[in-house]
Design a protein around this ligand. Structure first.
Ligand SMILES: [Zn+2]
Length: 448
Protein backbone atom coordinates (compact mmCIF):
# COMPACT_ATOMS: atom_id res chain seq x y z
CA UNK A 1 0.00 0.00 0.00
CA UNK A 2 2.71 2.43 0.97
CA UNK A 3 4.65 1.95 -2.27
CA UNK A 4 1.77 3.35 -4.25
CA UNK A 5 1.71 6.51 -2.21
CA UNK A 6 3.02 9.65 -3.79
CA UNK A 7 6.13 11.28 -2.39
CA UNK A 8 3.96 14.18 -1.34
CA UNK A 9 1.58 11.94 0.62
CA UNK A 10 4.56 10.20 2.24
CA UNK A 11 6.08 13.46 3.37
CA UNK A 12 2.71 14.57 4.73
CA UNK A 13 2.51 11.33 6.76
CA UNK A 14 6.03 11.95 8.04
CA UNK A 15 5.06 15.42 9.22
CA UNK A 16 1.98 14.04 10.96
CA UNK A 17 4.09 11.42 12.79
CA UNK A 18 6.66 14.04 13.83
CA UNK A 19 3.97 16.34 15.23
CA UNK A 20 2.36 13.39 16.99
CA UNK A 21 5.65 12.39 18.61
CA UNK A 22 5.97 15.87 20.11
CA UNK A 23 2.35 15.96 21.33
CA UNK A 24 2.49 12.41 22.73
CA UNK A 25 5.75 13.11 24.59
CA UNK A 26 4.22 16.22 26.13
CA UNK A 27 1.00 14.40 27.09
CA UNK A 28 2.92 11.49 28.62
CA UNK A 29 4.94 13.93 30.74
CA UNK A 30 1.66 15.36 32.05
CA UNK A 31 0.78 11.97 33.50
CA UNK A 32 2.83 11.95 36.71
CA UNK A 33 4.40 8.48 36.88
CA UNK A 34 6.81 9.18 39.74
CA UNK A 35 8.51 6.06 41.06
CA UNK A 36 10.18 6.68 44.40
CA UNK A 37 11.15 3.03 44.76
CA UNK A 38 8.45 2.58 47.41
CA UNK A 39 5.61 0.68 45.67
CA UNK A 40 3.04 2.25 48.03
CA UNK A 41 3.69 5.71 46.59
CA UNK A 42 3.41 4.93 42.87
CA UNK A 43 0.68 7.02 41.34
CA UNK A 44 0.39 7.20 37.57
CA UNK A 45 1.86 4.12 35.92
CA UNK A 46 -1.57 2.61 35.41
CA UNK A 47 -2.97 5.82 33.89
CA UNK A 48 0.03 6.10 31.56
CA UNK A 49 -0.29 2.47 30.51
CA UNK A 50 -4.00 2.94 29.80
CA UNK A 51 -3.24 6.09 27.83
CA UNK A 52 -0.72 4.21 25.68
CA UNK A 53 -3.10 1.26 25.21
CA UNK A 54 -5.83 3.65 24.08
CA UNK A 55 -3.52 5.36 21.57
CA UNK A 56 -2.56 1.97 20.14
CA UNK A 57 -6.12 0.60 20.09
CA UNK A 58 -7.36 3.76 18.35
CA UNK A 59 -5.43 2.80 15.20
CA UNK A 60 -6.28 -0.90 15.39
CA UNK A 61 -3.68 -2.59 17.61
CA UNK A 62 -4.63 -5.41 19.88
CA UNK A 63 -2.95 -4.64 23.17
CA UNK A 64 -2.23 -6.69 26.28
CA UNK A 65 -2.44 -4.87 29.60
CA UNK A 66 -0.59 -6.62 32.40
CA UNK A 67 -0.45 -5.51 35.97
CA UNK A 68 2.77 -6.93 37.29
CA UNK A 69 2.72 -8.05 40.88
CA UNK A 70 1.93 -4.76 42.58
CA UNK A 71 -1.34 -2.86 42.32
CA UNK A 72 -1.44 -0.29 39.53
CA UNK A 73 1.90 -1.31 38.01
CA UNK A 74 0.64 -1.19 34.45
CA UNK A 75 2.48 -2.58 31.40
CA UNK A 76 1.25 -2.61 27.81
CA UNK A 77 2.48 -4.89 25.05
CA UNK A 78 1.44 -4.92 21.39
CA UNK A 79 2.69 -6.72 18.29
CA UNK A 80 2.83 -5.73 14.65
CA UNK A 81 3.18 -8.70 12.31
CA UNK A 82 6.14 -8.54 9.94
CA UNK A 83 6.60 -9.77 6.38
CA UNK A 84 8.79 -12.71 7.37
CA UNK A 85 7.40 -14.64 10.34
CA UNK A 86 10.40 -16.98 10.30
CA UNK A 87 12.66 -14.15 11.43
CA UNK A 88 13.07 -13.31 15.11
CA UNK A 89 11.05 -10.37 16.36
CA UNK A 90 12.49 -6.97 17.23
CA UNK A 91 11.46 -5.66 20.65
CA UNK A 92 11.08 -1.91 21.13
CA UNK A 93 10.72 -1.31 24.86
CA UNK A 94 10.48 1.72 27.10
CA UNK A 95 9.56 2.52 30.67
CA UNK A 96 6.58 4.61 31.72
CA UNK A 97 7.86 5.62 35.15
CA UNK A 98 10.08 8.57 36.05
CA UNK A 99 12.15 9.59 39.05
CA UNK A 100 10.74 12.23 41.44
CA UNK A 101 11.00 15.95 40.67
CA UNK A 102 10.68 18.89 43.06
CA UNK A 103 8.68 21.68 41.34
CA UNK A 104 10.41 24.29 43.56
CA UNK A 105 13.71 23.66 41.75
CA UNK A 106 12.35 23.87 38.20
CA UNK A 107 11.85 26.77 35.73
CA UNK A 108 8.59 25.15 34.57
CA UNK A 109 6.40 22.66 36.41
CA UNK A 110 8.03 19.24 35.96
CA UNK A 111 4.70 17.63 35.03
CA UNK A 112 3.53 20.39 32.69
CA UNK A 113 4.93 18.91 29.47
CA UNK A 114 5.31 22.54 28.37
CA UNK A 115 6.34 23.03 24.75
CA UNK A 116 8.27 26.29 24.76
CA UNK A 117 11.53 27.73 23.42
CA UNK A 118 11.74 24.79 20.98
CA UNK A 119 11.91 22.26 23.79
CA UNK A 120 9.47 19.87 25.46
CA UNK A 121 9.97 20.33 29.19
CA UNK A 122 9.35 18.04 32.10
CA UNK A 123 10.34 14.99 34.10
CA UNK A 124 10.81 12.17 31.62
CA UNK A 125 11.60 14.41 28.64
CA UNK A 126 14.81 12.45 28.00
CA UNK A 127 14.23 9.51 30.38
CA UNK A 128 12.28 8.31 28.59
CA UNK A 129 8.94 9.68 27.52
CA UNK A 130 10.70 11.11 24.46
CA UNK A 131 11.33 7.60 23.14
CA UNK A 132 7.82 6.50 24.16
CA UNK A 133 6.38 9.39 22.16
CA UNK A 134 8.51 8.60 19.10
CA UNK A 135 7.74 4.88 19.35
CA UNK A 136 3.99 5.44 19.74
CA UNK A 137 3.89 7.89 16.85
CA UNK A 138 5.78 5.45 14.60
CA UNK A 139 3.71 2.46 15.67
CA UNK A 140 0.53 4.44 14.95
CA UNK A 141 1.77 5.51 11.54
CA UNK A 142 2.70 1.95 10.56
CA UNK A 143 -0.77 0.70 11.50
CA UNK A 144 -2.62 3.63 9.91
CA UNK A 145 -0.71 3.38 6.65
CA UNK A 146 -0.61 -0.41 6.50
CA UNK A 147 3.19 -0.51 6.61
CA UNK A 148 4.45 -4.05 7.07
CA UNK A 149 7.89 -4.17 8.71
CA UNK A 150 10.37 -6.86 7.57
CA UNK A 151 9.79 -8.86 10.76
CA UNK A 152 7.52 -8.84 13.80
CA UNK A 153 7.79 -5.79 16.01
CA UNK A 154 6.92 -6.04 19.69
CA UNK A 155 6.17 -2.74 21.43
CA UNK A 156 6.44 -2.83 25.21
CA UNK A 157 5.64 0.05 27.57
CA UNK A 158 6.75 -0.92 31.04
CA UNK A 159 6.46 -0.06 34.72
CA UNK A 160 9.09 0.30 37.40
CA UNK A 161 12.37 0.64 35.48
CA UNK A 162 13.59 3.37 37.81
CA UNK A 163 13.50 0.96 40.75
CA UNK A 164 15.10 -1.96 38.92
CA UNK A 165 12.06 -3.36 37.10
CA UNK A 166 10.86 -5.69 39.84
CA UNK A 167 7.25 -4.78 38.90
CA UNK A 168 8.02 -4.23 35.23
CA UNK A 169 10.51 -5.88 32.87
CA UNK A 170 11.88 -8.28 35.46
CA UNK A 171 8.41 -9.44 36.50
CA UNK A 172 7.29 -9.88 32.89
CA UNK A 173 10.41 -11.81 31.94
CA UNK A 174 9.86 -14.15 34.88
CA UNK A 175 6.08 -14.49 34.60
CA UNK A 176 4.99 -13.55 31.07
CA UNK A 177 7.92 -14.45 28.81
CA UNK A 178 5.27 -15.58 26.28
CA UNK A 179 4.67 -11.91 25.45
CA UNK A 180 8.23 -11.67 24.08
CA UNK A 181 8.24 -14.99 22.30
CA UNK A 182 10.51 -15.07 19.29
CA UNK A 183 12.25 -11.78 20.11
CA UNK A 184 15.93 -11.92 19.26
CA UNK A 185 16.96 -8.26 19.43
CA UNK A 186 15.81 -5.16 21.25
CA UNK A 187 16.24 -1.41 21.31
CA UNK A 188 15.48 1.03 24.08
CA UNK A 189 16.87 4.02 25.97
CA UNK A 190 20.20 5.81 26.58
CA UNK A 191 21.71 5.43 23.16
CA UNK A 192 21.35 6.88 19.69
CA UNK A 193 21.87 10.49 20.85
CA UNK A 194 24.51 12.66 19.23
CA UNK A 195 27.63 14.29 20.58
CA UNK A 196 29.43 16.83 18.44
CA UNK A 197 33.04 15.74 18.19
CA UNK A 198 34.93 17.94 15.79
CA UNK A 199 34.19 20.53 13.13
CA UNK A 200 30.48 19.94 13.64
CA UNK A 201 30.70 16.20 12.96
CA UNK A 202 28.12 14.37 15.01
CA UNK A 203 28.78 10.95 16.51
CA UNK A 204 25.76 8.98 17.64
CA UNK A 205 26.47 6.91 20.71
CA UNK A 206 24.81 3.50 20.54
CA UNK A 207 24.68 1.59 23.78
CA UNK A 208 26.13 -1.91 23.44
CA UNK A 209 26.95 -2.55 27.09
CA UNK A 210 25.89 -1.73 30.64
CA UNK A 211 27.62 -2.14 33.94
CA UNK A 212 26.07 -4.50 36.45
CA UNK A 213 24.26 -3.09 39.47
CA UNK A 214 25.34 -4.20 42.93
CA UNK A 215 23.56 -2.29 45.67
CA UNK A 216 25.06 -3.61 48.85
CA UNK A 217 23.91 -3.42 52.44
CA UNK A 218 26.85 -3.49 54.84
CA UNK A 219 26.39 -4.34 58.50
CA UNK A 220 28.69 -4.15 61.49
CA UNK A 221 27.79 -5.63 64.83
CA UNK A 222 29.25 -4.72 68.21
CA UNK A 223 28.43 -4.62 71.85
CA UNK A 224 25.70 -2.23 72.95
CA UNK A 225 26.65 0.05 75.82
CA UNK A 226 26.69 3.41 77.54
CA UNK A 227 28.17 6.23 75.47
CA UNK A 228 30.09 7.63 78.43
CA UNK A 229 32.26 4.59 79.01
CA UNK A 230 35.38 3.07 77.46
CA UNK A 231 34.09 0.85 74.66
CA UNK A 232 36.23 -1.10 72.22
CA UNK A 233 33.56 -2.83 70.17
CA UNK A 234 31.58 -0.02 68.59
CA UNK A 235 29.50 -1.03 65.55
CA UNK A 236 29.29 2.55 64.23
CA UNK A 237 33.08 2.98 64.27
CA UNK A 238 33.69 -0.35 62.55
CA UNK A 239 31.07 0.31 59.90
CA UNK A 240 32.13 3.85 59.06
CA UNK A 241 35.78 2.84 58.74
CA UNK A 242 34.81 0.14 56.24
CA UNK A 243 32.51 2.52 54.35
CA UNK A 244 35.28 5.12 54.10
CA UNK A 245 37.78 2.51 52.85
CA UNK A 246 35.34 1.35 50.17
CA UNK A 247 34.20 4.84 49.19
CA UNK A 248 37.75 6.04 48.56
CA UNK A 249 39.00 2.82 46.95
CA UNK A 250 39.96 2.97 43.28
CA UNK A 251 39.20 -0.26 41.49
CA UNK A 252 41.61 -1.16 38.69
CA UNK A 253 41.08 0.12 35.16
CA UNK A 254 39.80 -2.70 32.95
CA UNK A 255 39.17 -1.89 29.31
CA UNK A 256 36.23 -3.91 28.02
CA UNK A 257 35.61 -4.35 24.30
CA UNK A 258 32.87 -1.70 24.16
CA UNK A 259 35.08 0.92 25.81
CA UNK A 260 38.09 0.02 23.63
CA UNK A 261 35.96 0.35 20.50
CA UNK A 262 34.59 3.67 21.72
CA UNK A 263 38.11 5.04 22.28
CA UNK A 264 39.29 3.74 18.89
CA UNK A 265 36.33 5.39 17.14
CA UNK A 266 36.89 8.73 18.90
CA UNK A 267 40.61 8.61 18.08
CA UNK A 268 39.83 7.96 14.43
CA UNK A 269 37.37 10.86 14.36
CA UNK A 270 39.34 13.45 16.28
CA UNK A 271 42.94 12.30 16.49
CA UNK A 272 42.53 12.42 20.26
CA UNK A 273 44.72 9.84 22.00
CA UNK A 274 43.72 7.86 25.06
CA UNK A 275 46.91 7.41 27.01
CA UNK A 276 46.62 4.14 28.97
CA UNK A 277 48.82 5.59 31.71
CA UNK A 278 46.43 8.48 32.24
CA UNK A 279 43.03 7.38 31.03
CA UNK A 280 41.17 9.54 33.56
CA UNK A 281 42.98 12.60 32.21
CA UNK A 282 42.29 11.68 28.58
CA UNK A 283 38.63 10.98 29.24
CA UNK A 284 38.23 14.35 31.00
CA UNK A 285 38.89 15.99 27.61
CA UNK A 286 35.71 14.42 26.21
CA UNK A 287 33.62 17.24 27.69
CA UNK A 288 29.99 16.61 28.57
CA UNK A 289 30.12 12.82 28.24
CA UNK A 290 33.30 12.49 30.36
CA UNK A 291 31.32 11.74 33.55
CA UNK A 292 29.54 8.90 31.86
CA UNK A 293 32.51 7.43 29.98
CA UNK A 294 34.84 7.86 32.97
CA UNK A 295 32.58 5.59 35.00
CA UNK A 296 33.00 2.77 32.49
CA UNK A 297 36.76 2.39 33.00
CA UNK A 298 36.50 0.58 36.33
CA UNK A 299 34.11 -0.74 38.94
CA UNK A 300 32.82 1.98 41.24
CA UNK A 301 31.47 2.09 44.81
CA UNK A 302 29.59 5.10 46.16
CA UNK A 303 28.23 4.97 49.74
CA UNK A 304 24.69 6.39 49.68
CA UNK A 305 22.92 5.57 52.96
CA UNK A 306 23.86 5.25 56.64
CA UNK A 307 21.73 3.98 59.48
CA UNK A 308 22.64 3.44 63.13
CA UNK A 309 21.65 4.34 66.65
CA UNK A 310 18.66 5.94 68.33
CA UNK A 311 20.05 8.09 71.16
CA UNK A 312 23.16 10.22 71.67
CA UNK A 313 24.42 8.30 74.72
CA UNK A 314 23.55 4.75 73.63
CA UNK A 315 26.10 2.79 71.58
CA UNK A 316 23.99 0.66 69.23
CA UNK A 317 24.74 -3.00 68.64
CA UNK A 318 24.22 -2.71 64.86
CA UNK A 319 25.19 -0.16 62.22
CA UNK A 320 24.24 -0.36 58.53
CA UNK A 321 25.16 1.33 55.29
CA UNK A 322 24.12 1.02 51.65
CA UNK A 323 26.71 1.32 48.90
CA UNK A 324 25.87 1.72 45.22
CA UNK A 325 28.41 -0.40 43.35
CA UNK A 326 28.58 -0.73 39.58
CA UNK A 327 30.50 -3.62 38.11
CA UNK A 328 32.03 -3.98 34.65
CA UNK A 329 31.10 -6.93 32.41
CA UNK A 330 33.21 -9.95 33.35
CA UNK A 331 34.34 -8.43 36.66
CA UNK A 332 31.80 -9.79 39.15
CA UNK A 333 34.00 -12.43 40.80
CA UNK A 334 37.08 -10.24 40.91
CA UNK A 335 34.97 -7.38 42.26
CA UNK A 336 33.59 -9.50 45.11
CA UNK A 337 37.07 -10.72 46.02
CA UNK A 338 38.39 -7.19 46.12
CA UNK A 339 35.34 -6.03 48.04
CA UNK A 340 35.83 -8.62 50.78
CA UNK A 341 39.48 -7.63 51.14
CA UNK A 342 38.51 -3.98 51.58
CA UNK A 343 35.67 -4.66 54.00
CA UNK A 344 37.52 -7.16 56.17
CA UNK A 345 36.02 -9.99 58.22
CA UNK A 346 33.97 -7.82 60.60
CA UNK A 347 31.56 -6.51 57.99
CA UNK A 348 28.58 -8.51 56.79
CA UNK A 349 27.37 -7.77 53.30
CA UNK A 350 24.24 -8.63 51.33
CA UNK A 351 22.82 -7.54 48.01
CA UNK A 352 19.83 -5.23 48.10
CA UNK A 353 19.77 -5.30 44.31
CA UNK A 354 21.98 -7.48 42.18
CA UNK A 355 21.60 -7.17 38.42
CA UNK A 356 23.99 -8.43 35.77
CA UNK A 357 26.02 -6.41 33.31
CA UNK A 358 25.09 -6.40 29.63
CA UNK A 359 27.39 -6.58 26.65
CA UNK A 360 26.93 -7.25 22.97
CA UNK A 361 29.03 -6.61 19.91
CA UNK A 362 28.74 -3.58 17.64
CA UNK A 363 28.18 -5.42 14.38
CA UNK A 364 25.60 -7.23 12.28
CA UNK A 365 22.57 -6.27 10.23
CA UNK A 366 20.76 -4.49 13.06
CA UNK A 367 23.73 -2.21 13.78
CA UNK A 368 24.08 -1.54 10.05
CA UNK A 369 20.40 -0.55 9.91
CA UNK A 370 20.86 1.84 12.87
CA UNK A 371 23.82 3.49 11.19
CA UNK A 372 22.10 3.71 7.80
CA UNK A 373 18.96 5.27 9.32
CA UNK A 374 21.02 7.87 11.16
CA UNK A 375 23.14 8.76 8.12
CA UNK A 376 20.06 9.05 5.89
CA UNK A 377 18.82 11.84 8.18
CA UNK A 378 22.19 13.30 9.19
CA UNK A 379 24.65 12.84 6.30
CA UNK A 380 28.26 12.90 7.44
CA UNK A 381 27.42 11.57 10.88
CA UNK A 382 29.00 8.47 12.37
CA UNK A 383 27.84 5.91 14.92
CA UNK A 384 29.94 4.44 17.68
CA UNK A 385 29.39 1.95 20.49
CA UNK A 386 29.62 2.81 24.16
CA UNK A 387 29.01 1.35 27.58
CA UNK A 388 26.38 2.83 29.89
CA UNK A 389 27.49 3.21 33.50
CA UNK A 390 23.88 2.96 34.67
CA UNK A 391 21.37 0.20 34.12
CA UNK A 392 18.18 -0.27 32.10
CA UNK A 393 15.53 -2.92 31.47
CA UNK A 394 18.00 -4.44 28.97
CA UNK A 395 19.31 -6.40 31.95
CA UNK A 396 16.03 -8.28 32.21
CA UNK A 397 15.57 -8.85 28.48
CA UNK A 398 19.12 -10.11 28.09
CA UNK A 399 18.15 -13.02 30.33
CA UNK A 400 15.72 -14.16 27.58
CA UNK A 401 18.65 -14.36 25.17
CA UNK A 402 17.69 -11.07 23.51
CA UNK A 403 20.51 -8.91 22.15
CA UNK A 404 19.95 -5.46 23.62
CA UNK A 405 20.94 -2.01 22.37
CA UNK A 406 20.34 1.54 23.52
CA UNK A 407 18.96 3.27 20.44
CA UNK A 408 16.59 6.18 21.05
CA UNK A 409 17.79 8.47 18.26
CA UNK A 410 18.11 12.20 18.99
CA UNK A 411 20.10 14.83 17.09
CA UNK A 412 21.21 17.25 19.78
CA UNK A 413 22.68 20.77 19.75
CA UNK A 414 26.46 20.75 20.30
CA UNK A 415 26.24 22.79 23.50
CA UNK A 416 23.54 20.78 25.27
CA UNK A 417 24.82 18.91 28.36
CA UNK A 418 22.60 15.94 27.62
CA UNK A 419 23.86 13.54 30.29
CA UNK A 420 23.13 16.15 33.00
CA UNK A 421 19.44 16.17 31.99
CA UNK A 422 18.91 12.56 33.10
CA UNK A 423 17.17 12.74 36.48
CA UNK A 424 18.19 16.44 36.45
CA UNK A 425 16.40 19.71 37.08
CA UNK A 426 14.81 21.30 33.97
CA UNK A 427 14.92 18.02 32.07
CA UNK A 428 13.92 18.83 28.48
CA UNK A 429 14.27 17.60 24.94
CA UNK A 430 14.56 19.69 21.76
CA UNK A 431 11.42 19.53 19.61
CA UNK A 432 13.68 19.22 16.57
CA UNK A 433 15.44 16.20 18.14
CA UNK A 434 12.10 14.45 18.64
CA UNK A 435 11.15 15.02 15.01
CA UNK A 436 14.54 13.82 13.84
CA UNK A 437 14.32 10.76 16.06
CA UNK A 438 10.87 9.89 14.73
CA UNK A 439 12.17 9.96 11.15
CA UNK A 440 15.17 7.80 12.07
CA UNK A 441 13.05 5.32 14.01
CA UNK A 442 10.64 5.07 11.07
CA UNK A 443 13.47 4.27 8.66
CA UNK A 444 15.05 1.86 11.10
CA UNK A 445 11.88 -0.12 11.85
CA UNK A 446 11.05 -0.37 8.13
CA UNK A 447 14.49 -1.69 7.28
CA UNK A 448 15.55 -3.98 10.08
ZN1 LIG B 1 15.33 5.51 31.82
Amino acid sequence: MSEQKSALAESHDTLVAEEEAVALTSELIRIDTTNTGDPATVVGERAAAEYVAEKLAEVGYETTYVESGGKGRGNVIARLAGADPSRGALLVHGHLDVVPADPAEWSVHPFSGAVQDDYVWGRGAVDMKDMLGMTLATARRFKRDGIVPPRDLIFAFLADEEAGGEYGAQWLVENRADLFEGATEAISEVGGFSITVKDGVRAYMIETAEKGIAWLRLRARGRAGHGSMVHEDNAVTKLTQAVARLGTHKFPVVLTDSVKEFFAAVTELTGMEFDEADLDGSVAKLGAVARMVGATLRDTANPTMLNAGYKANVIPSVAEAVVDCRVLPGRREAFERELDEILGPDIEREYVTNLPSVETTFDGALVDAMTASIIAEDPGAVTLPYMLSGGTDAKSFQSLGIRCFGFAPLRLPADLDFSALFHGVDERVPVDALKFGTRVLDRFLRSS
